[in-house]
Design a protein around this ligand. Structure first.
Ligand code: GRF
Length: 216
């Protein structure tokens, strides 16, 4: 709470707005969807930073385009995962964010980071969890033969794609779909689901009780 009080004195952060920061490793289209919703005043927030583990991430261009500060914590430059995580943690603390949005962040966060930001980190996953967690979720869905797929925005806990679910959206899987066709159909829903979940958080409308997230 102390941080938030001091933030309220920060002229860059109006008291009625949350500070949101992002972790992304690649293309950043979900990051862009949230940037756009904030710019359109659909989300009461200020985007305070992008942290990426990948110096080649296109998300960096998107951040620059929106005037969002970028911190590159290049995984390849660290001697160990522990050293990387320490630098990442320090970059995250530096954001003084109310919420961290994992928008295509392709690494598993260590337990220390998850604990420190518990309840304040959201991830988007391109499947209807708990089905098809982990990598290549859309391929897993096609190979399994499901008729309905989708995306999930969830709070981050110490498991892989296991945290309490905030928003889900579904799409049909069509007979001739390949992984790309299905991924594109899901992605269009992701671009709605993630801004919605971030908006609900920023409006203080999420109530978490164990695994269940109620929207006020
Ligand atoms: C999305 O499909 C997201 O669900 C997954 O990684 C992909 C990132 O896409 N976690 P983008 O970088 O947001 O375009």
């Amino acid at each position: 709470m102390k941080d938030r009080e001091s933030d309220s004195m920060d002229p860059e952060t109006p008291v009625d707005k949350k500070r949101i920061a992002f972790l992304a490793s690649g293309r950043g289209s979900n990051f862009q969807a949230v940037i756009d919703a904030v710019a359109a005043a659909e989300i009461p927030a200020v985007c305070v930073g992008l942290i990426t583990d990948n110096p080649g991430a296109y998300a960096i261009e998107r951040a620059k385009g929106a005037g969002i500060p970028v911190t590159v914590v290049d995984y390849a430059r660290f001697p160990s995962k522990a050293a990387y995580e320490e630098a990442l943690l320090s970059a995250m603390r530096g954001c003084r964010a109310d919420l961290f949005v994992l928008a295509g962040y392709m690494r598993i966060l260590g337990a220390g980071i998850v604990r420190e930001f518990s309840g304040r980190m959201m991830n988007i996953h391109p499947a209807l969890l708990p089905a098809f967690s982990g990598l290549h979720a859309q391929r897993q869905a096609i190979e399994y033969g499901v008729k309905v797929a989708g995306c999930t925005v969830h709070l981050v806990d110490e498991g892989m794609d296991t945290g309490p679910i905030v928003v889900q959206r579904c799409v049909p899987v069509l007979p001739d779909d390949d992984e790309t066709a299905l991924a594109d159909r899901i992605l269009a829903e992701e671009h709605e689901a993630l801004p919605l979940a971030v908006k609900l958080f920023c409006e203080d409308r999420l109530e978490v009780a164990g695994r269940r997230v109620r929207v006020r």
